[in-house]
Design a protein around this ligand. Structure first.
Ligand code: ADP
Ligand code: ADP
Length: 226
């Protein structure tokens, strides 16, 4: 189960740049929530504040009914997937996916089960012994997503994860992401500037501009009342 609440969340950077203003949103369990809007509108900053990678200037963040501490970094059990796949070049696909569990002292059998299950969901079981250099861009991105899945996070935070892929792979990966979302019953918060991506993936779409929410609605509603 994962539900998140952002209450009057604001972000002003040290240089005075206001990136996010009075952001109010409840994110429900198993939502595929999209943050969409033009470059510079505050999407990444919002996601990074949820992840704990960027301090929240003012406001409240609740995760599963627990108020997060804004100044002391705290374990939030969220997995971030970035645009550029951060894989360890000397480790195999299996070892890459297992890495974050090993450092958390998860047992070998448990690691093995989680890695094989994630590989199955992502259709990369046949690639487990390969090193990253022998993978295509799409395969690398799957491994990066796999590394997030094995951690069994409360929610997945994705920042333009498909924008480095070519058009064909991007379309294919959108289908895969929808499948993963359903199969895992996952809560996803997904940043994109691509409206087509927003419409095809989202169960709800939050449209941002200049640091504020313009609209938050299901794709159908946005499509008929743009
Ligand atoms: P988006 O993800 O929608 O492209 P960002 O959240 O990256 O937008 O940025 C929102 C605004 O905050 C932009 O005006 C950007 O230039 C600014 N910004 C982002 N990071 C910083 C930073 N570290 N310091 C100052 N301003 C920043
Ligand atoms: P993205 O939006 O894909 O993260 P950006 O080019 O917006 O890429 O940001 C790259 C890095 O620079 C980020 O760490 C961001 O916080 C920082 N940054 C962005 N805009 C500014 C800014 N105006 N001043 C200082 N740092 C910034």
């Amino acid at each position: 189960m994962a539900s998140l609440s952002l209450v009057n969340v604001c972000k002003t950077f040290k240089n005075g740049q206001i990136a996010v203003k009075n952001f109010n949103l409840d994110i429900r369990d198993q939502e595929f929530l999209i943050l969409v809007g033009p470059s510079g509108c505050g999407k990444s900053t919002t996601l990074r504040m949820i992840a704990g990678l960027e301090e929240i200037s003012s406001g409240e963040l609740w995760i599963d009914g627990e108020l997060m501490n804004l100044t002391v970094p705290q374990k939030r059990d969220l997995s971030m997937v970035f645009q550029s796949y951060a894989l360890y070049p000397h480790l195999t696909v299996y070892e890459n996916m297992a890495f974050s569990l090993r450092v958390r002292n998860v047992g070998k059998t448990e690691i093995d089960q989680r890695v094989r299950k994630a590989a199955d969901v992502l259709c990369i079981s046949h690639l487990l012994d390969r090193k990253p250099h022998a993978l295509s861009g799409g395969q690398k991105q799957r491994v990066a997503i796999g590394s997030a899945i094995v951690r069994e996070p409360k929610a997945y935070l994705m920042d333009e994860p498909l924008s480095n892929l070519d058009a064909k792979l991007r379309t294919q990966m959108r289908v895969e992401l929808s499948k993963i979302h359903k199969e895992l019953g996952a809560t996803m918060i997904y940043v994109t500037h691509d409206q087509v991506e927003a419409m095809t993936l989202g169960t709800r779409i939050v449209v941002m501009n200049s640091g504020v929410i313009l609209q938050a609605a299901e794709p159908k509603v946005l499509y008929t009342n743009p």
